[in-house]
Design a protein around this ligand. Structure first.
Ligand code: 5AD
Ligand code: FES
Length: 361
């Protein structure tokens, strides 16, 4: 039995196990992918759940060194989708039997924003008498705001830790109170306490990031006992400070491959959570999301942002699908997903099984 095979037989994994798995060669990698696919099938099944994505606003108070919508990027047009447009997209999701939406936004704080989202949540909830499940991804907020949004109908929340290594965190963010690693951890705990299904994630292939960092990220997810994950390759953006380090990065294909491995390893580590096949995977490889579905992912977020705004929500370069109508995406996506041996969980919220178990314990 190869070293990789014997690690895969284990029931628990150390940091060094994960480093070896992340470094596995092409042949051993197949073993990892096969194991992850088998676990996915047995534990969460072969249905893929849709979350219609609305990129609500690219206004952002933060200045993350990797992100194309950071506050200091003055080359982009700032937008906020109107309430009517959000409701139209949500109605579309409902009509298409997507069952869930995600409202994602640049980070805005303050009462006006909190109230605006609260009101929107209530309106979305009135569609089909609460038929739509709602995930929010609107950054760090006070616990009180998280509570209000939960009361208004959101029941899942995505807040990526971006990296679980505090030193690396401080290299990819400005060093100030607004970009504080511990505050982000506190926000994740607050979200759990309020009662959300909580998702987090990291970027893969960041400048200065090591295999040990990624191995620790996996252990961090387990320790935090997350319900959902979204991870993808870091993709450089020319209007950001980290662009200066582009020559130090792994080639895009390697970042993609490493991301696939992270998805597979997370499925092996956390068998019953929801894992998203992210858009950043698709940005590198046109079949990227489908490949992720084949090695452990079970959630996909078709983009429902009104077309006129899509060019302005470029977190990274070469973002795909910026000129396709939502429904055009839908048809091609369904065929693509069927080709992966998965079906689509239309009309089902597809909540995290892990969350259900966590709550019943
Ligand atoms: N490359 C890849 N992902 C990025 N994100 C932001 N900027 C980039 C980038 N340059 C991701 C972050 C953030 C999410 C909304 O998008 O992980 O949490
Ligand atoms: Fe907007 Fe990081 S730049 S949250």
């Amino acid at each position: 039995m190869s070293r990789i095979q014997s690690i895969l037989e284990q029931n628990s994994f150390s940091q060094s196990d994960f480093v070896q798995l992340l470094n596995a060669n092409a042949m051993d990698q197949k073993l990892i992918f096969a194991k992850a696919a088998a676990i996915k099938k047995a534990e969460v099944g072969t249905q893929v759940y849709y979350r219609g994505l609305i990129e609500y606003s690219n206004r952002c108070a933060k200045d993350c060194y990797y992100c194309g919508v950071r506050r200091s990027n003055q080359t982009i047009k700032r937008y906020q989708v109107t309430d009517a447009e959000v409701l139209e997209a949500a109605q579309f999701a409902y009509d298409q039997q997507f069952a869930s939406i995600v409202i994602q936004s640049g980070e805005q704080s303050g009462k006006v924003f909190a109230r605006k989202i609260e009101k929107l949540l209530k309106s979305v909830k009135s569609i089909g008498q609460g038929a739509l499940g709602i995930t929010l991804s609107c950054g760090e907020q006070s616990k009180e705001t998280y509570e209000r949004w939960f009361e208004a109908g959101a029941h899942r929340y995505l807040l990526r830790i971006e990296t679980s290594n505090p030193d690396l965190y401080s290299k990819i963010h400005p060093k100030n109170d607004q970009h504080n690693f511990l505050k982000r951890i506190t926000a994740l705990h607050d979200l759990k306490e309020v009662g959300y299904q909580v998702g987090t994630g990291v970027m893969i292939g960041l400048p200065f990031q090591t295999m040990d960092d990624l191995a620790k990220d996996l252990l961090f997810f387990k320790e935090l006992d997350i319900d959902m994950a979204g991870m993808g390759p870091y993709i450089e953006h020319h209007e950001t400070p980290l662009y200066n380090y582009r020559d130090t990065l792994l080639p895009l294909q390697d970042r993609f491959n490493l991301s696939l491995k992270m998805v597979a390893l997370l499925r092996i580590l956390m068998k019953d959570i929801n894992i998203a096949a992210t858009t950043a995977m698709q940005a590198i490889d046109p079949e990227g999301r489908e490949k992720a579905l084949m090695v452990g992912a079970n959630v996909i977020m078709p983009n429902l942002t009104p077309l006129k705004y899509r060019d302005d929500y470029l977190l990274y370069e070469d973002k795909p699908c910026i000129d396709e109508e939502a429904d055009a995406c839908k048809n091609c996506l369904e065929a693509r997903i069927h080709r992966t041996g998965n079906s689509i969980g239309y009309n089902q919220w597809g909540d995290s099984k892990h969350f259900a178990k966590r709550k019943s314990n």
